[in-house]
Design a protein around this ligand. Structure first.
Ligand SMILES: Nc1ncnc2c1ncn2[C@@H]1O[C@H](COP(=O)(O)OP(=O)(O)OP(=O)(O)O)[C@@H](O)[C@H]1O
Length: 240
């Protein structure tokens, strides 16, 4: 399988401490890969390194064959941060049309992105008047409007109701089926089951990189929550 994102021996220090400590992984093209781990384990830091906005101390990150952050990747990678980055004084549609125009795309692309994130009925509303969950979906619409080849999503389903979460995951799966590489961080284990592959990270170290089925098999349980606890404990024993 072709690799879209390759991270090799990555070391990142933030605030004087080592956040990623020799992290290595390869993410296949056209897959949905879930990035899971406790709060503060380094998920956002890894995503920042992949999109090229993180200063790294050592190692290499290659995306679609180019060093992370290089100009050639700018229109080929989309990133949705935890804090929605949309203009509060514009409507949903105005925001998405603005991002579409940056890529020389028209109204049809903007309409499709708004529909894909379930914001059709709120399209004329000012972002300032949206709920938190709607705002993060508006941010997602801006990121997907250009159909980037790699989509990096930091907890995109936080604050969404179960029906919308399900629809968003259907959308991620549809993007991957069309060849997009989707990297999603999440805390929610039922979402992890919908990924092709999982990266489990703890304290800056990779402790699992496999399919959900293989992760569960290795831990000897059908419950992913339990599987992760088991793998974390195994890892603690192995490294102590
Ligand atoms: N700007 C910063 N300056 C210094 N340290 C930081 C900074 N941002 C994050 N850190 C530290 O880096 C570590 C990893 O943070 P990161 O945001 O990557 O974790 P995370 O796994 O994404 O957490 P969460 O699930 O809570 O979003 C944490 O210990 C955090 O305190």
């Amino acid at each position: 399988m072709e690799t879209a994102i390759e991270v090799r021996d990555l070391v990142v220090k933030r605030g004087g401490r080592t956040v990623l400590d020799g992290f290595t992984c390869a993410i296949p093209r056209g897959s949905v890969t879930g990035l899971l781990g406790p709060s503060g384990s380094g998920k956002t830091t890894l995503m920042r390194a992949i999109v090229g906005v993180q200063v790294v101390a050592a190692g290499a990150v290659t995306v679609l064959g180019h060093p992370a952050g290089s100009a050639a990747l700018r229109s080929r990678i989309g990133y949705v941060t935890q804090a929605p980055s949309v203009y509060a004084d514009l409507t949903v549609l105005e925001n998405v049309r603005y991002f579409a125009s940056l890529y020389k795309l028209g109204a049809a692309a903007a309409d499709a992105a708004v529909e894909a994130v379930g914001l059709d009925r709120a399209r004329g509303q000012l972002v300032a008047d949206l709920s938190g969950g709607q705002r993060s979906r508006a941010s997602l619409a801006c990121a997907i409007v250009s159909r980037p080849e790699v989509l990096v999503l930091d907890e995109p389903t936080v604050g969404q109701d179960p029906v919308l979460r399900d629809e968003l995951w259907d959308h991620f799966r549809g993007l991957a089926a069309d060849g997009t590489t989707v990297l999603v961080s999440s805390h929610v284990m039922d979402e992890a089951n919908r990924c092709d592959r999982l990266l489990l990270i703890r304290e800056g170290l990779l402790i699992a990189d496999d399919t959900p089925a293989a992760v569960k098999r290795e831990a000897g349980t059908e419950d992913l929550d339990q599987a992760f606890l088991t793998l974390i404990r195994k890892h603690e024993v192995a490294t102590s």
